[in-house]
Design a protein around this ligand. Structure first.
Ligand code: GRF
Length: 201
């Protein structure tokens, strides 16, 4: 079973879509939810779904809990803190994030929540989208594994754009996580098979 730890700082609607999608899944299970905000609604969601949840005040508390629980993947879903380097080292290619724009456009510092959609509107572009990427030391700079584009209707304001983008996120994030985990599993299998077939001269 692949175990997921979700980290979120707020509402957690993406966390919810992931919880729902994997509820009866044969190979993937959400078994931990963490937040850096004591009043984050995601805690309520975890409680409703009977998933262990924790609030942490600093990196050390976060790292300790993750190392104790040993999830296979760390899923960031509206998590507004930087991931401690120790976790990035311990979880290479195993930390995923979602960003509500087509990175590298409208990414980086200060680009979170409504600010992203406001910047998109201000730029006057006619499309936006979502990006799912691996997490490294730099904000929004890890390898992109998935993007989906969406046309912006001219009458949409930033709030409406945010709502429409969230719908895309809720649909795609769990499915991309599933696909990604399956791909990693098959790659490992291939490597293992490749090894066993290796015949030295
Ligand atoms: C989403 O737009 C996500 O892309 C971004 O933060 C937002 C979180 O929303 N990283 P929610 O807490 O999942 O509702």
């Amino acid at each position: 079973m692949n175990k997921l730890a979700i980290l979120a700082s707020g509402n957690g609607s993406n966390a919810q879509s992931i919880i729902d999608y994997f509820q009866q899944h044969p190979a993937i299970q959400v078994n931990l939810i963490g937040t850096n905000k004591s009043d984050a609604f995601v805690l309520q969601r975890a409680n409703n779904a009977n998933i262990p949840a924790f609030y942490f005040q600093n990196n050390q508390e976060l790292v300790e809990r993750i190392l104790l629980t040993k999830p296979d993947y760390i899923i960031l879903a509206g998590f507004l803190k930087k991931i401690p380097e120790l976790l990035i080292e311990k979880y290479p290619q195993h930390i995923l994030n979602i960003h509500p724009s087509l990175l590298p456009a409208f990414g980086g510092k200060g680009m979170f929540g409504i600010h992203v959609h406001q910047a998109v509107k201000n730029a006057g572009v006619s499309w936006s989208g979502i990006t799912i990427h691996l997490v490294n030391e730099e904000y929004d700079k890890g390898k992109i594994i998935f993007q989906q584009r969406m046309t912006i209707h001219p009458e949409w304001d930033a709030e409406k754009l945010q709502q429409e983008i969230l719908k895309l996120e809720h649909f795609y994030y769990p499915r991309v996580i599933e696909k990604y985990i399956d791909t990693i599993f098959k790659e490992n299998l291939l490597l293992a098979t490749g090894d066993s077939q290796f015949q030295p001269d």
